[in-house]
Design a protein around this ligand. Structure first.
Ligand code: FES
Length: 187
């Protein structure tokens, strides 16, 4: 199921659908303790709503016998999960030292200038969200960015310009909710 793209709507998103609730209950049965299925629960929320909603986190907490705060802690640890609506193209620029030394700052500035947004923002048409993340595990090819499920290594500004033109012409083919599961390097 494709995620719902950002449309600027202020409508309060719903929690898990009945089908997703049943799926999570069945998944939790495979684990010795229910809370082990929390990542799957959060993926279901994001798959249905396009991002991790408060109502969805409460549903996951209730079904897995966790507190909403515990679920929130997991959701905020992984770059996989987004607590706000995101664009069709989620652009994640690595900011860790090897990429920083390899030009990540100028790459980010170029993206900000081309897209007309700052880091952490989404374009008004809902097409692009630009964020920075910690190491994407391709340090030898700095600077690196991940766009939805695709990696781009040793990225140049010319390459970015070509990609942006291409992205403007075509919608993404994959669900951005399946992006990296790496931690945000908190702590
Ligand atoms: S430091 Fe950027 S991919 Fe590792």
């Amino acid at each position: 199921m494709a995620h719902t793209p950002y449309n600027g709507s202020s409508q309060r998103p719903a929690g898990l659908s009945e089908a997703a609730r049943l799926e999570l209950i069945e998944t939790a049965k495979r684990y010795p303790i229910k809370r082990s299925a929390v990542l799957h629960g959060l993926r279901l929320v994001q798959r249905e709503a396009g991002f991790v909603t408060e109502a969805g986190m409460r549903d996951v907490a209730s079904l897995l016998e966790m507190t909403p705060h515990e679920v929130y802690d997991v959701a905020t640890f992984y770059t996989l999960f987004h607590l706000r609506p995101k664009g069709e193209y989620l652009i994640q620029v690595c900011r860790t030292l090897p990429c920083a030394l390899g030009g990540a700052e100028s790459l980010l500035s170029h993206l900000e200038q081309r897209l007309g947004i700052r880091e952490g923002q989404t374009t008004p048409d809902g097409k692009f969200t630009l964020v920075t993340v910690e190491c994407l595990a391709a340090c030898g090819k700095a600077p690196v960015m991940q766009v939805n499920d695709d990696y781009h290594e040793a990225v140049t500004t010319e390459q970015v310009d070509r990609l942006i033109e291409q992205w403007h012409r075509t919608p993404p083919v994959q669900d951005a909710g399946n992006a990296s599961t790496r931690g945000k390097g908190r702590g």
